[in-house]
Design a protein around this ligand. Structure first.
Ligand code: FMN
Length: 330
C-alpha cells in the first residue's frame, strides 16, 4: 500500500534563509519524494507584502509544505487558503522558533504556552483549506515539565483537528540563548517524542533534531511516522540520497556531476528572470563534502558566485576542482 500523501517518511526541515525555492529545487533532485518545507513565512509578509514573491515555487519542487509564522487565526486562515491555491501539499504552523524577533511577534515557540490559542489557529486554518494542517513544536519551553507540557499542548491541537505533529526533540529556552544555541544546547530527548507517539498512536509524529546518519533515522523510524532532517541535509546535501534510499525508495541513478549539470540548466533558466547565480549556487557549496577536491569546489564557487558577471558556467567550471567521483555513489 502506498503511504498517504504527502509521504512524510522523509522531510527536509524549514530553515530560514536556507530552504528557499532554489534550495528546494536542488534538494528535490536528490530526494525525489521527500516532503520539503519552506522557510517560515510570517503571515504579515504574505498578507501585507508581496504574496506572489513569498509563495510561488517551481512545480518540480512538489510536494512542498508551507510553514507559517503567526498567531492570528483569521490571518493564518487567509494564508492557508492562499497555500492551497498555490499548490502546496501542507500548511504547517511554527511553534518552535525561539528567536526574540519571533517572540515579539508573539509566535514561534512561545505559542507552546498558549495551547488554546494554537487550537483556535488550527481550527481556523482547517476551516479554510482541505490541505493537512500540521504543527511543528519543541518538547517544551524553559522550565516546563516535558511530558505533561507536551501532552497538554498536543492534546489541544489534536482536539482542533491537527493530525500530524513535527517535534524538535529539545526544549526551547526563550531567554539567554541565541536561536543557534537553542538548536544545540538544550539536550535532545527523543524518549519524550517516542512517548508521545506511543501514547497518541492515532497522531502522525515526525521526529526532528540532531539526526545526521541513516542508522539513526532508521532507528527512529521504528516508532516515528517520519524523520525530519535539517542541518545535515543542507550542509551535506548528498546525504539526502542515502536518507531517501533508506526511508523511502532508492532514487534513480544520479551522479553529483549530473546534479550540477541539472542545476546549471536551472540557473540559466532563472537568469532570464534576473536571479543571480549566487542565489542558487550558495546552496550547493557542500555537494562534494567528503570527496577529494571538496574544499576547492567550495572556494571556487563561493568566490566566483560573488562576481556580478557570474553565470551558470561557473558551476560547470568548478567541477574541474573535483578529481573523481565514485560512480553512481548513493
Ligand atoms: C539556519 C536555520 C534556520 C531555521 N529556520 C527555521 C524556521 O524557519 N522554522 C522552523 O520551524 N525551524 C527552523 N529551524 C530549525 C530546524 O527546522 C530544525 O528544527 C533544527 O535545525 C533541528 O534539526 P536538525 O538538527 O536536523 O538541524 C532552522 C534551523 C536552521 C539551522
Amino acid at each position: 500500500m502506498s503511504p498517504p500523501f504527502p509521504d512524510r517518511r522523509l522531510c527536509v526541515a524549514p530553515m530560514m534563509d536556507w530552504t528557499d525555492r532554489h534550495c528546494r529545487y536542488f534538494h528535490r533532485l536528490l530526494a525525489p519524494r521527500a516532503l520539503l518545507y519552506t522557510e517560515m513565512i510570517p503571515t504579515g509578509a504574505i498578507l501585507r507584502g508581496d504574496a506572489e514573491r513569498f509563495l510561488r515555487f517551481d512545480p518540480a519542487e512538489r510536494p512542498v509544505a508551507l510553514q507559517l509564522g503567526g498567531s492570528e487565526p483569521e490571518e493564518l486562515a487567509a494564508c492557508a487558503r492562499l497555500a492551497e491555491r498555490h499548490g502546496y501539499a501542507e500548511v504547517n504552523l511554527n511553534c518552535g522558533c525561539p528567536s526574540e524577533r519571533v517572540q515579539r511577534g508573539a509566535f514561534g515557540a512561545c505559542l507552546m504556552r498558549e495551547p488554546g490559542l494554537v487550537a483556535k489557529c488550527v481550527s481556523a486554518m482547517r476551516a479554510a483549506t482541505a490541505l493537512p494542517v500540521t504543527v511543528k513544536c519543541r518538547i517544551g519551553v524553559d522550565d516546563s515539565d516535558e511530558w505533561d507540557f507536551l501532552r497538554t499542548f498536543v492534546d489541544a491541537i489534536a482536539a482542533a483537528g491537527c493530525r500530524t505533529v513535527v517535534v524538535h526533540a529539545r526544549k526551547a529556552w526563550l531567554e539567554g540563548l541565541s536561536p543557534k544555541e537553542n538548536r544545540e544546547v538544550p539536550p535532545l530527548r527523543y524518549d519524550i517524542v517516542e512517548r508521545l507517539k506511543r501514547g497518541r498512536p492515532e497522531l502522525a509524529v515526525v521526529v526532528n533534531g540532531g539526526i545526521t546518519t541513516v542508522a539513526a533515522a532508521l532507528a527512529h523510524r521504528r516508532w516515528a511516522d517520519g524523520v525530519m532532517i535539517g542541518r545535515e541535509a543542507y550542509q551535506n546535501p548528498w546525504s539526502l540520497r542515502a536518507f531517501a534510499a533508506a526511508l523511502q525508495e532508492p532514487p534513480p541513478p544520479l551522479t553529483r556531476h549530473e546534479a550540477v549539470a541539472a542545476m546549471a540548466d536551472y540557473a540559466r533558466r532563472e537568469a532570464t528572470a534576473e536571479v543571480p547565480l549566487r542565489a542558487i549556487a550558495r546552496h550547493m557549496l557542500g555537494l562534494f563534502n567528503g570527496l577529494p577536491g571538496a574544499r576547492a569546489w567550495r572556494r571556487r564557487l563561493s568566490e566566483g558566485m560573488l562576481r556580478p558577471d557570474a553565470t551558470a558556467e561557473l558551476l560547470l567550471d568548478a567541477l574541474h576542482c573535483i578529481r573523481s567521483e565514485p560512480a553512481l555513489a548513493a
